[in-house]
Write a new protein. Structure first.
Length: 270
């Protein structure tokens, strides 16, 4: 009898193990069937993880920008960068969603519409003071996978994933507790077409520097003595801005009169 009972107990364990194995196999088969049976979902997931969204460069295609249009043009160039960043974030957070046309319909299509409007505003701003640039609409469409230039004038081949800048002209408005810097873009003369990309790249860098300084301000709260912010954050930020602003002036000065007195825009405050 004990032996028989042992056989019964063993039989139960065997049945339980067999049942569990059967469930695991069934679950695996279901996963395989789902993937094979819904290629659209697989394609959407693959597309979402296959690369970043890239867009044609806009700044390098612009003519000389009249001084009166500088601020508005730079603001909209910055907005183009923000739109690309947001679209790439959406690409990541929506991985696996939708069918084979999800990326085109939900991300690339809306991005093209936004870029069309923003590029139109750039052309209109230039056209108020000079000749309105034509055929910029062809720069609105973007793609997935890195075939095109990206950004709005940085000359880079990848989209920046840095935090969104607080301004698009190398300066910030006054926000309580944050570092504020004089606006640079609005103080520039007309920028020669050949200098557009380099100037925009350095204006973007000014924004990145401000963002990094404000992040440092938050993460270092409570550190150091009464001069900590000036010595550890504002001072180094001013040095970086001096170098960047000088590069902007030099880029313009290669083909036009070099702007003077821009160094006065380097110091920031809190």
């Amino acid at each position: 009898m004990p032996a028989t009972g042992g056989r019964h107990r063993l039989s139960k364990r065997t049945k339980i193990a067999t049942a569990a194995l059967g469930l695991a196999i069934a679950a695996g088969a279901l996963v395989i069937a789902t993937t094979v049976g819904d290629p659209g979902a697989a394609n959407a997931a693959g597309a979402a993880s296959g690369g970043q969204i890239t867009c044609p460069d806009v700044a390098s295609q612009l003519p000389a920008i009249p001084a009166q249009a500088q601020a508005e043009v730079q603001r909209n160039l910055g907005l183009l960068n923000t739109q690309i960043t947001e679209a790439n974030n959406r690409l990541v957070t929506s991985a696996g969603q939708g069918g084979p046309n999800f990326v085109q319909n939900a991300i690339l299509g809306p991005l093209q519409d936004k870029r069309t409007s923003t590029i139109d505003r750039i052309a209109i701003a230039i056209g108020r003071q000079g000749e309105k640039p034509q055929n910029l609409g062809g720069l609105a469409a973007c793609s997935l996978g890195g075939q095109a230039n990206t950004g709005t004038g940085t000359g880079a081949g990848t989209v920046s994933t840095a935090p969104a800048p607080t301004s698009t002209g190398g300066g910030t408005g006054a926000v309580a507790g944050q570092i504020t810097c004089p606006d640079v873009a609005s103080r520039l003369p007309a920028i020669p077409a050949s200098a557009q990309a380099e100037v925009q790249r350095n204006l973007d860098l000014l924004n990145t520097q401000i963002t990094e300084a404000n992040n440092r301000l938050v993460t270092s709260a409570g550190e150091g003595g009464p001069n900590f912010v000036q010595n550890a954050i504002l001072g180094p930020l001013e040095d970086k801005r001096v170098a960047t602003i000088n590069r902007i002036a030099t880029a313009i000065g290669r083909t036009a009169a070099k702007p003077q007195g821009l160094d006065a825009l380097a110091p920031c405050s809190r």
